[in-house]
Design a protein around this ligand. Sequence first.
Ligand code: MIC
Ligand code: SF4
Length: 641
Amino acid sequence: MAGKSICHKIIEQHLVAGKVIPGTEIGIRIDQTLTQDATGTMAYLQFEAMGIPRTRAGLSVSYVDHNMLQDGFENADDHRYLQSVARKFGVYFSRPGNGICHQVHRERFGVPGQTLLGSDSHTPTGGGMGMLAMGAGGLDVAVAMAGHPYYFPCPSVTLVRLSGRLRPWVGGKDIILELLRRLSVKGGVGRIMEYGGPGVDTLPVADRFTVANMGAELGATTSVFPSDELTRRYLQAQGRPEAWIPINADPDATYEAVVEIDLDELEPMIARPHSPDNVAPVRDLEGTPVQQVCIGSCTNSSYHDLRIAAAMLRGRTVSPAVSLTVTPGSRQVLEMIARNGSLADLISAGARVLEAACGPCIGNGQAPPSGANSVRSFNRNFEGRSGTRDAGVFLASPETCVACAITGVISDPRDLGIEYPEIPEPESYSRNDSMVIPPPATPEEVAVSRGPNIVSLGSFEAMADSLRGRVLIRVGDNITTDHIMPAGRWLKYRSNVPRYSEATFNLIDPDFPKRSREWGGGLIVAGENYGQGSSREHAALVPRWMGVKAVIAKSFARIHEANLVNFGILPLVFANPDEYDRVQQGDTIEISHARQAVENGLNVVEATNLTQGVKFGVKPNLTERGRKVVLAGGMLNYVRS
Ligand code: MIC
Ligand code: SF4
C-alpha cells in the first residue's frame, strides 16, 4: 500500500462520511472551532436558532479582533452579545485587545493533528503547526458546534517540496508570494498544499504560519506543515508541551501534484495592486514612491516579525513621506516587545503603534491618502479594501515594509546596508491568559445581551417550483467577497442585515441595492472564481435577503459556493462558458422546473433567456446534501427539519 500524506492521515482519523477520493464529498469530525466578531455574531445567532444548549466541539473559542473602532454603540454591543453568548454556550471568549484570532489560537489553543473549523478564511494558519484547519461560513461553524460533521469536497493534495534554506532578508512571505506568482489566486482551488522536503526542517515556525495563512490567497482548501522538533519547541515555549505529537508524511506518500521551491534561490517579493498574485521581485519596483507602510495582520505580526522590524528601525527614523503603522498580532506579542525594549525602538523611530487587532487589514481605520501607495505585510490588497478606493496596496514581508518605511520608496531590504538581525526563538513566551474568559464548567443561566444593532433575520422560504428573475448584475472574473459585501466602515452592520444590504456591490455598482428592490430580487451572473477571498457568509446571506435566487458563474470559490447553498441560493455553472458573453444585465432568465431538476439531481438544466429568446445549459453543482439544503431554502431550515 502506498504511503500517506499528512493530510490523508488527519482526514482519515476524522472521517465520518465518504471516501478519500478527490472531488467527492467527505464529512469529517471537527475537534475545535473558532469565530471572530465580524462573522461570529451571525454564527451565534444561528447557533441559538438551532436550540442546542452547549457547543459539542471539543473546544470552541470566540474572538473579538475585527470590529474594534467602536465609533458608535454597535461594535461594543456586539462584543457584549458575544461575551454573554459564549458563556451561555460553553465557548472560550478572547476579549477585545487580546489579539487576532489566528495569532492567539496558534499560541494558546492549536494542537497538531486536530481539525479546526473557523468562520474566517485564514483559519488555515493552524496548518503551520500540523493542524487540518479550514475556513468556512459562520453557519457551517455553528453546525460544527452543534456536533455535526463538516462536509466539503475532498481536495487533492499538492506537495510543495522545499529544499535549501532561506537566506537573510528573505522570509515566509516571500515563499508564499512566489507560489502566488506561479500558481495565481485560483491555483490552489480544490487542493490542500502540503509542505515537505528538507527545506522544511530549516524553516522557523513563524514562517510556516505565514505561508499556511496566505495559502488562503491561492484559493487552497488549506495548507499543512509537518509537526516536528521545531513545532515541539514552539509548544514547549508556549507552556503546552503536552499538546505536541509528531506528524509526518510517509516517505513513499504520493501526491496529485508537486511544486518545487529552492529556498536558497528566493529573493524579496512584492504583490502589486489589486491582487495578491500580481507578484514581482521587489527589485523590479525599486524607487516607486510610498506614502504608507503597515506592519501587522494575521500573516505577519508575530513576535519574530515585530522583533525584526524593531531591530531594523532601531536608531533610525521613518521617512517624512511615510506614515508607518504597527499592529501587533496578539497581546502576547505586544507584551513581550514592550518588556524587551523593541516597542520603544518602534515608537522612537516614529511608528504609530495600534492595538492588537486586524485594524488596517480590514479597513478599520488607517485608510491611506488619495492615490497613495501603501506597502503592507498583510495578505489581501483587493481594490478599495484599505478604505481608499484609488489607493494602491502592495503586499510584502515585514523586512521589505521596514525598508520602504525608512527610504520612502519601494526598496529591497538587502540594500539598506543593515546587518541582518538574527532573532532567536524565545525559550518561553509570556503566557498571560487573563484576557481569555473560560466558560463555566457546568451550564448556568446566562442573560444574553442584545443591543439594537442585532436585528433578527426572520426565516427564508423553501425553494420555489420554478425560478424566474432578471439579471441584477453581470460581473467579471475573480470577484471577491469584498466586492460583494465590503468591510471597512460597513463592518459594524454585520448583525444588521437590512442596514448592511445598502452596501451590496457598493464598489462595483452602487445602484445595485436600489435596482434589486425595484426588480424584486433576481439573479447574479459572474465569471471565473466568483466569491474568492474572505469567508464572510454575508456575501450570500445579504443577497438572499434581498431576493437573489441564483448565481450563474463560470466557476466559484469553495467557501462562497458553500455559503450560497447554506442560504438557499442556487449556484449554477455555465455548461458552455461562452454563454457568459451573451447574457446582459436586465435580461429575464427562467428555469421552469428548477425545483424538480434539483430534486432529480440533473447534471445540466435548461435555462431560457426570455429577453433574448435563447436557451442555454446550466449545471447545479450540488452534492446530495447540498441539494437537500437548497430545496429546504437553506441550512437552518434543513437542520431544523
Ligand atoms: C478578511 O480578511 O476578509 C476577513 C474579514 O477576516 C474575512 C472574514 C469576514 O469577512 O468577516 C475572512 O477572511 O474570512
Ligand atoms: Fe483579520 Fe486581516 Fe487576518 Fe482577516 S486577513 S483575519 S481582517 S488580520
